[in-house]
Design a protein around this ligand. Structure first.
Ligand SMILES: O=C(O)c1ccccc1NCC(=O)[C@H](O)[C@H](O)COP(=O)(O)O
Length: 291
């Protein structure tokens, strides 16, 4: 995705600051949600939000629980991203890929993209994958900006969501985080600096996400690992961490820096093609800590 979207300005107008790709995505998301809420009506929206809180997910916090069980044994939880290999891939094919990741590839949890820019049937994909691997926590990956999205994700049977980004939701992050928690969902909050961690931990946030590709337009070897290492060191005692990794080297470095769970991103999965077993073995080797 390009970092900036260039906008043509007539010669007599002062040049405008280019809209970042993130801003453009969030504006699109806002438009999509506004249309959904307009069709649904405010009353129905209120009812939907209330009934979701009245019936929280059971068991709750499946990913956080899995991490709490594994970390004391010295094991990292590997969360694989189940991405469509081609735009034509169906929900059923995605579910088969998910099964392979769990049964042969060593995934302990999965993430499915639900944004309309990635799939025409995000919530169906999420539902199909969760049905295919009922014992495994499956999370949605989307841009989370409204509680309605959290309800939809819960209603699809998922265990949680990735995509609550403090840089995007700002002062609304606390509300989104506690609403997700009230529904029993895991929704780690993506942070980029120590100030955010300090503010969010004051608000009771305990599960943090680190995306090392954020804001890095120049590929300096080892720089992303240093960022992850620094942020992991800022997390309060007892906090849970999930770090996104794009290579075996990043997986190994994140683990050595103390990451509890790793989001194994589509780039890394794709680099092994169909050899899911080889991928699982390589990852296991990369994240095993020497005594
Ligand atoms: O993308 C990550 O590395 C990541 C790691 C841990 C938890 C969540 C993560 N991503 C969720 C997001 O919503 C991303 O910030 C967003 O999709 C942008 O991702 P990218 O285009 O790969 O920077």
């Amino acid at each position: 995705m390009p970092r900036h979207i260039a906008r043509a300005t007539p010669d007599d107008e002062p040049p405008k600051t280019p809209m970042s790709a993130l801003e453009a995505t969030i504006r699109r998301k806002q438009r999509e949600l506004e249309a959904t809420i307009r069709d649904m009506g405010m009353e129905a929206l209120d009812e939907r939000l209330q009934s979701a809180t009245a019936m929280p997910l059971r068991p709750a916090y499946r990913l956080a629980t899995l991490i709490a069980e594994n970390v004391p044994m010295g094991r990292a939880v590997l969360v694989y991203e189940v991405a469509r290999p081609t735009p034509e891939t169906t929900s059923a094919e995605l579910a088969e890929l998910a099964k392979a990741y769990v049964q042969v590839g060593g995934a302990s949890a999965l993430v499915v993209r639900t944004d309309s820019a990635d799939t025409p049937s995000g919530l169906r994909d999420l539902f199909s994958v969760q049905q295919a691997v009922p014992k495994v926590p499956v999370l949605a990956r989307d841009w989370l900006i409204h509680p309605l999205q959290v309800c939809e994700i819960k209603e699809s049977g998922a265990a949680g969501a990735l995509g609550l980004i403090n840089q995007v939701t700002g002062r609304g992050t606390g509300v989104m985080s506690s609403f997700s928690a009230a529904l029993g969902l895991d929704a780690p909050v993506e942070v980029v600096n120590a100030k955010e961690v300090a503010e969010l931990s004051q608000q009771g946030v305990v599960f943090y996400a680190i995306n090392v590709s954020v804001g890095l337009s120049v590929a300096i070897p080892g720089f992303a690992n240093k960022i992850a290492h620094g942020l992991l060191g800022e997390l309060p005692f007892g906090a849970i961490s999930l770090v996104g990794v794009r290579s075996l080297e990043e997986a190994s470095a994140a683990r050595q820096s103390g990451a509890d769970a790793l989001l194994v991103k589509a780039e890394l999965l794709a680099s092994y093609g169909k050899d899911v077993r080889a991928l699982g073995n390589a990852l296991e080797y990369a994240v095993t800590l020497d005594d």
